[in-house]
Design a protein. Structure first.
Length: 215
């Protein structure tokens, strides 16, 4: 029987902004365990309403040195499948570990959805399951170590997304100020508002948007 942990967190940002920030999360100094996130497949369905993405994650070994006799200190791999439904405003991600499957199996399911009563906030629910395929005298200690690492990783990941949200809002505010200085009408300068009301950037657009503001 695996060990399961469920956590719920509320971002003080709307769903469109938080899910956009998710695509910009890596690489990130707060999440050094993630070495790369490579897109394997991306497709759009239902007339452009639903985006499916499969990514391969390569991570630094999170195994403590004293456990290297059990699991080698080599890169670890995991496969993520995400579904973004822009009409339902729901983003669902499932992550499955690939490495060391004969000893350890880790799965995660994450959901981003609008807060039930606060329209400018987003609820992030994360369910994590870890199953060690080892003798019972080792399992309790390994479960404890794994849970500690998961909780630390969750905290860092949330902080990373929140910081990206704040950075995006700052960029949009700066862009709006610049547009007002050029005497562009107020209804055209609400960069953040138009983003929230009408659309979510595709991942490739986000990359281009980020590069444009970094030059």
């Amino acid at each position: 029987m695996g060990l399961t942990e469920v956590q719920r967190y509320v971002y003080e940002h709307p769903w469109e902004l938080v899910t956009a920030a998710h695509w910009m999360k890596y690489p990130n100094a707060r999440c050094p365990q993630v070495l790369s996130a490579d897109v394997l497949e991306r497709r759009v369905e239902d007339g452009g309403r639903v985006l499916h993405t499969r990514r391969l994650f390569t991570g630094a070994s999170a195994v403590p040195q004293k456990l290297h006799w059990l699991i080698p200190a080599s890169p670890a791999y995991a496969l993520e499948h995400s579904v973004v439904d822009t009409r339902e405003r729901r983003m669902t991600l499932t992550l499955q570990s690939l490495s060391f499957a004969n000893i350890l199996q880790i799965t995660e399911t994450c959901v981003y959805e609008p807060h039930e009563s606060r329209t400018d906030c987003t609820v992030f629910t994360q369910e994590w399951t870890c199953e060690w395929k080892v003798p019972s005298y080792l399992k309790k200690r390994l479960d404890s170590l794994s849970l500690q690492r998961f909780r630390a990783s969750v905290e860092n990941g949330r902080t990373a997304v929140a910081e990206i949200c704040a950075e995006l809002e700052s960029r949009w505010d700066e862009a709006a100020r610049g547009m007002r200085q050029l005497c562009i009408p107020d209804d055209a300068t609400d960069v953040r508002g138009r983003f929230i009301r009408h659309r979510q950037y595709r991942p490739d657009e986000l990359d281009a948007h980020s590069r444009a503001h970094n030059h």
